[in-house]
Ligand binder design. Structure first.
Ligand code: PLP
Length: 463
């Protein structure tokens, strides 16, 4: 895959800042982008000349940085071809970060399955399944039972919804990818929360959209900035419910005032995970034209791979027509099981919420003890803390941490332009003892970093 000079320049962000010669800062930053997975293995970088122009620097600076990366095994070059990304040793490590069974994986923000209720739901789904055997089983809108159950889920939360406003997908990410295919053309501007969900960033950039990041700060969403950005954009993508990664919830007063001029996708994947506040009302109550996406991945289990789009039927028709190039429907048994869970209101389970509260407390307690300089405000819901270090060490820490038995998602993966180098996302989806051990290991990694350690791990995938 070829990467344009502008894309690399955007990823590099403020690479000029910091001590040392420019070529060294540039090669360090590129190395971290490679280790962090934002420049993927095998990707072809732009030419030295194009990158120098995009960065407003000399070709010598870029050439020297590239040579350093070649010497250290991070770039491969051949005459008359673009430099491609590789790792020292020529191959990916035998075990990419996070796959060692001893390693504690903090890169996934998703809880384990509630075993008993899933068993029960699948047992009943298997009983229901034969009714579907008479038909072919390909259903691009999803089975009626689940569309009805999702519609009822919205109705219970105060938003009138008919089954024909629902299209079932294989998870919320699939919903976002399908909507992007239908709604986004190259060079369209897309408003995003900043930080935001990393796979949304990749989805939009792969569709060659231009991103308009609007900051979500500790005081929340800025209505004026969102409105201003929305005026020049073709689409907005917001996560108003227990936002990933900050865990914040958009207050009702902001929802009531927020009228964006562009189509708006609201990602309600976390909506059921209200820990300290009442469950949020569906966003479309205040913005009826909003396109809502949701799933059972966080409230029940990611392995179900069941999500949905709630939108007006003409848009769903476009999605349905666009769908066959990637898939022809969602597996029926999982749909039946999810319908049962939704019908019985099993997606908001008090036990799950209580377990998350306990784990959140354990994580914050461990941070206070082992990494006291880290700030990690308590989110009102969701599954993640958005922790910040006093210094911009996030990508380097993520590269070193696997050597100490823990993987993390570095802050810049949640933003554009190399921002959030002080942040890491820490999920509280593991049992308390594992979270405490993970933070202890993170503290060791931070100490190693301070002593000059540099890691060589490619990051594990994140969710
Ligand atoms: C905000 C957000 N949207 C979408 C997804 C993807 O969800 P799914 O597993 O349903 O595809 C996630 C998963 O982490 C998420 O946090």
């Amino acid at each position: 895959m070829k990467i344009s000079s502008h894309t690399v320049a955007r990823m590099l962000g403020a690479w000029q800042q910091g001590p040392g010669p420019a070529h060294q800062r540039l090669s360090d930053k590129l190395r971290l982008l490679i280790l962090d997975g934002r420049l993927s293995l095998g990707a072809a970088l732009p030419s030295e000349r194009d990158l120098a122009t995009a960065l407003g620097t000399s070709r010598t600076t870029v050439g020297t940085a590239f040579r350093t990366l070649v010497e250290h095994g991070y770039l491969a070059t051949r005459a008359r071809t673009r430099a491609t990304v590789r790792l020292p040793g020529g191959t990916a490590p035998e075990r990419p970060a996070g796959t060692d069974p001893e390693t504690i994986d903090l890169s996934f923000a998703a809880p384990a399955a509630p075993v008993e209720i899933l068993h029960a739901a699948f047992a009943r789904a298997l009983e229901e399944l034969p009714r579907h055997f008479e038909r072919h089983g390909y259903d691009r809108y999803g089975i009626v039972e689940l569309r009805e159950a999702v519609a009822r889920w919205y109705q219970r939360r105060g938003l009138p919804t008919a089954p024909d406003h629902i299209l079932i997908t294989s998870g919320a990410q699939h919903a976002l990818a399908l909507l992007t295919r239908v709604l986004v053309s190259p060079r369209d501007k897309v408003v995003i929360d900043h930080p935001t969900y990393p796979h949304a960033i990749t989805t939009f950039t792969q569709a060659r959209a231009r991103l308009l990041p609007v900051a979500v700060t500790c005081s929340g969403w800025d209505t004026e900035q969102l409105r201003a950005a929305g005026r020049s954009a073709g689409l907005a993508y917001l996560i108003p419910d227990f936002h990933n990664p900050t865990g914040m919830r958009m207050p009702t007063s902001v929802r009531e005032r927020l009228r964006l001029a562009c189509p708006t996708i609201v990602d309600e994947t976390m909506a059921d995970l209200a820990l300290d506040v009442p469950a949020a009302e569906p966003f479309a109550l205040h913005m009826p034209a909003a396109i809502s996406i949701g799933s059972v991945s966080k409230s029940v289990w990611g392995g179900l791979r069941i999500g949905w789009i709630r939108a007006r039927p003409p848009l769903l028709e476009r999605v349905e027509r666009a769908r066959p190039t990637t898939d022809l429907g969602t597996p029926v048994v999982e749909q039946l099981a999810s319908a049962m869970l939704l019908n019985e209101d099993r997606t908001v389970r008090p036990e799950t919420l209580q377990q998350l509260r306990v784990q959140r407390d354990a994580l914050r307690q461990a941070l206070a003890e082992h990494l006291p300089e880290v700030r990690a405000p308590q989110p009102p819901g969701g599954v993640t803390l958005w922790a910040s270090f006093p210094a911009p060490i996030s990508s380097r820490l993520a590269a070193v941490a696997p050597d100490h038995g823990v993987t993390i998602a570095a802050g810049p993966r949640f933003g554009v332009g190399g921002t959030f180098e002080r942040n890491i996302r820490l999920p509280y989806t593991l049992p308390p003892d594992q979270l405490t051990r993970a933070v202890r290991r993170l503290a060791q990694a931070e100490q190693a970093l301070a002593r000059g350690a540099t890691g060589t791990h490619i990051p594990a995938p994140i969710a």
